[in-house]
Design a protein around this ligand. Structure first.
Ligand code: TMP
Length: 238
């Protein structure tokens, strides 16, 4: 597999073409951003840990029968994935109230709602990634109602698999963000990363935050927290 030109550079990743038009290489960087780019930093080794964590989580999802873009981890920073066209919707799953939901609705962080909540946000930095509903997503031409039905069903299944997985290593999956993409033959599959950058993960015993909120809220020990997630997930692979 030969790495070719840089196709896209995001806040935490680079995407490279390869000599196979159906495959790309995703490189995980050490940069972190929050609050729509207002806060920025380099966190040494974050990319290495996120690549490892994301690869482990994707392997578990694939084993549970979820169709994803993940093919294999190539080295410390790179993974080989199927090329997709990303649907510009952030699908956010909330098992416990935290972050913007707590702020927006005046709910206390840590409250467990009676039902799982799925939010959709339109991926548009210039608009601040606004919250949208199904009708907006269809009106914007991003997806059809039928496709949304499939996306919701897969998202709920992903939540079940990941919640059970983190439970085994004494971590509460509070919330997370996922993205989907279309393959060249039109199939919608899970894409992008799954890591402490995109999930809220709380230690079940101590309640300690082991995710990007340590960066967002200046709690310190960011890389130690990501390392802890990596170590605990590795235990499941032994
Ligand atoms: P929020 O509380 O900021 O809405 O975030 C909910 C979850 O989704 C949290 O785990 C962080 C994740 N997320 C991202 O990874 N990227 C994003 O752009 C947003 C808005 C949320």
């Amino acid at each position: 597999m030969k790495q070719l030109e840089l196709l896209y550079e995001g806040k935490a990743k680079q995407v490279y073409a390869t000599d196979d038009s159906e495959r790309i290489i995703i490189r995980f960087k050490d940069t972190a951003t929050a609050y729509n780019n207002l806060k920025k930093a380099v966190i040494a080794n974050k990319g290495v840990l996120n690549n490892d964590i994301s690869a482990m989580l994707y392997r578990h999802l694939e084993a549970a029968g979820i169709r994803t873009h993940f093919i294999e981890k190539l080295n410390e920073r790179d993974q080989l994935c199927r090329r997709v066209s990303i649907i510009p919707i952030e699908v956010i799953v909330r098992n416990i109230v935290a972050g913007t939901m707590a702020q927006r609705l005046g709910m206390e962080e840590g409250t467990r709602p009676s039902n799982t909540i799925i939010d959709l946000c339109y991926k548009r930095d210039d608009l601040g990634d606004p919250l949208i509903n199904d009708d907006h997503a269809v009106a914007l031409g991003l997806v059809t109602y039928d496709e949304l039905k499939g996306i919701y069903a897969t998202t709920r299944r992903i939540n079940e698999v990941l919640t059970a997985l983190f439970d085994r290593v004494d971590i509460t999956l509070v919330d997370f963000k996922i993205e989907y993409g279309r393959t060249s033959d039109g199939e919608i599959i899970l894409a992008d990363e799954l890591s402490p950058d995109t999930c809220r993960l709380w230690d079940k015993l101590t309640g300690e935050k082991l995710d990007k909120d340590r960066f967002r809220r200046d709690l310190g020990k960011i890389i130690e927290a990501y390392g802890e997630i990596d170590r605990r997930l590795k235990r499941l692979e032994e």
